[in-house]
Design a protein around this ligand. Structure first.
Ligand code: SF4
Length: 275
């Protein structure tokens, strides 16, 4: 059976202006060198994959650091006018002019990474909560005044450090943001998988800044490389020899090392993503 690719995550940048304690980029675990996806690669992916229905513009890294971020938004809007655009941001670069430009583009959803209020947030993200809160609140007011349909999500990672503050976070943002979304933290401990990972059968696939394609965000150093978006379209790569070989190892319950280590924080507050 041929698997379709309707969604893709484009890692526009593997750089960040913060050093978060819960992120492989912030903690130095992400070892890849290429830091920025060239506009030409984005354009090529749009050209080669006209059936895309959803594009995420971040993987590991702060997408608003990309020097051609707004050109990329315009490029997607022009080439694939029905494709949904999503991205997550830490919100620290949301100046007035960035906010104004964002609201001039068609974007389906912006997720702001906020894992707690006050001390918890500041310990994890190494930046001031009140400043980011003010930027996001101002953006929500502008969005409402402009009647722009972009959905605004507060996305929190649930882990040992954040779990006790999740209720306060949810209370603080309910009614302001459109949704407070929780996801368990990736932990990378030896785990016991009980079956094939769903990420190997469902898009979005992930394209790194240098064009390499992997099945999931969890493989942040590219150990499960499936192909190269400079060379082939995503459907071909997703149904190719490498992807099939990895699926086969999972079906036989013999997992690659990165998959053995791919575990998530256990919590009743949200579901595991990579079961
Ligand atoms: S187990 Fe983890 S690393 Fe392996 S494919 Fe699934 S999400 Fe990716």
């Amino acid at each position: 059976m041929t698997l379709e690719v309707k969604g893709v995550t484009l890692e526009l940048t593997a750089s960040c202006n913060l050093k978060c304690t819960i992120c492989p980029l912030g903690t130095g675990l992400l070892k890849r060198k290429c830091k920025t996806m060239p506009y030409a690669l984005v354009d090529r992916i749009l050209y080669d994959n006209p059936n895309l229905e959803r594009i995420n513009l971040n993987n590991w890294g702060e997408p608003l650091l990309h020097p051609e971020f707004f050109r990329i938004l315009s490029g997607i809007n022009t080439r694939l006018p029905k494709c949904q655009i999503h991205f997550a941001t830490n919100g620290t670069l949301l100046s007035d002019s960035v906010a104004e430009k964002l609201l001039k583009h068609r974007i389906h959803e912006i997720q702001f990474s906020v894992d707690g209020i006050d001390d918890t947030y500041e310990r994890i993200r190494n930046t001031k909560y009140n400043e980011v809160r003010e930027r996001i609140e101002t953006f929500i007011k502008r969005r409402n005044a402009a009647k722009n349909p972009v959905r605004i999500i507060i996305k929190a990672v649930v882990c040992k450090e954040t779990e006790d503050g999740i209720e306060a976070l949810t209370k603080a943002w309910t009614g302001l943001a459109d949704e407070v979304r929780l996801q368990p933290m990736l932990e990378y401990k030896e785990g016991v998988r009980s079956g094939p990972c769903r990420e190997l059968f469902n898009d979005p696939v992930v394209v790194f800044t240098d064009g390499r394609v992997v099945p999931c965000c969890s493989d942040y150093n590219g150990e499960l490389e499936l192909g190269d978006a400079y060379i082939a379209d995503l459907r071909t790569i997703w149904n190719g020899r490498m992807a099939e070989a990895i699926r086969d190892t999972h079906k036989r319950l013999k997992y690659p090392k990165v998959c053995q280590l791919c575990t998530e924080y256990k919590t009743d507050r949200c579901k595991e993503r990579f079961k």
